[in-house]
Design a protein around this ligand. Structure first.
Ligand SMILES: [Zn+2]
Length: 233
């Protein structure tokens, strides 16, 4: 299966073939896909597939045994081998891309370990190990917005995961290991600002994020200071 979203995060519509189907669970797997599967704090894509002249809703996209699986509302008339057109709910996905890139910027301006995170449509968050309460809302908001304005290019590359042994500092998350597939890892680079392993979808330049606002900063335990971020649009 090829992950079309890894090469082109802007692909909204694509052709594919159904390679497996579970009618009971109403799930299908495609031979290639632009649907991002829920992982790394980024929600799975929703949207629709058009098959045999029917529009079938894609309610979620998840990972199962390293496969990308679409959860659909109707599997009755589908079969293995059928050609389909997949359409991503672009409004949702594009928001997730902007949010995801904004979280990488947040990560770059807060030099603390990341203990959790979640991307959402309305707001997103990262949790930091901040026992001394060093995070200052106004300061990070200003820093992130200035990085956004500077319009850094965002690129990805897939390289040997050995790099993580040589540069363990690349991994910012304290508990979650970055996804490694066949000894390879995907790195997301934002200009000279941020470099970290990530399987998610991103915008191609920071200016696309628009501008951000830091929401509530919540204390969720000693190792868990939660910083919420919103997009101004
Ligand atoms: Zn990421």
């Amino acid at each position: 299966m090829s992950k079309l979203f890894e090469e082109n995060a802007y692909l909204r519509e694509f052709k594919a073939k159904i390679i497996s189907i579970n009618r009971e669970e109403k799930t299908i797997e495609l031979d290639n896909t632009a649907f991002y599967a829920r992982s790394g704090g980024q929600p799975g894509d929703i949207g629709e597939i058009i098959a045999e002249n029917q529009n079938i809703e894609v309610k979620d996209t998840i990972k199962k045994d390293n496969k990308i699986i679409n959860i659909i509302n109707e599997a009755e008339n589908l079969d293995k081998g059928i050609e389909i057109i997949g359409k991503i709910d672009w409004e949702k996905r594009y928001k997730h891309m902007k949010m995801h890139s904004a979280l990488h910027l947040m990560c770059s301006v807060i030099p603390l370990g990341v203990t959790g995170g979640q991307i959402g449509y309305e707001k997103s968050r990262l949790d930091f190990n901040d026992p001394d309460k060093e995070i200052n809302k106004e300061e990070i908001e200003e820093k992130i917005n200035s990085l956004v304005k500077n319009d850094y290019e965002i690129t990805s590359k897939i390289i040997d995961s050995k790099i993580l042994d040589e540069q363990p500092e690349l991994v910012r998350t304290m508990s979650v290991k970055p996804p490694q597939i066949d000894g390879k890892i995907r790195l997301i680079k934002i200009g000279n600002v941020d470099l970290q392993p990530c399987g998610g979808t991103h915008v191609k330049s920071t200016a696309e994020i628009g501008s951000i606002k830091i929401g509530k900063i919540e204390n969720k335990g000693r190792m868990n200071r939660r910083v919420n971020i919103l997009l101004n649009d």
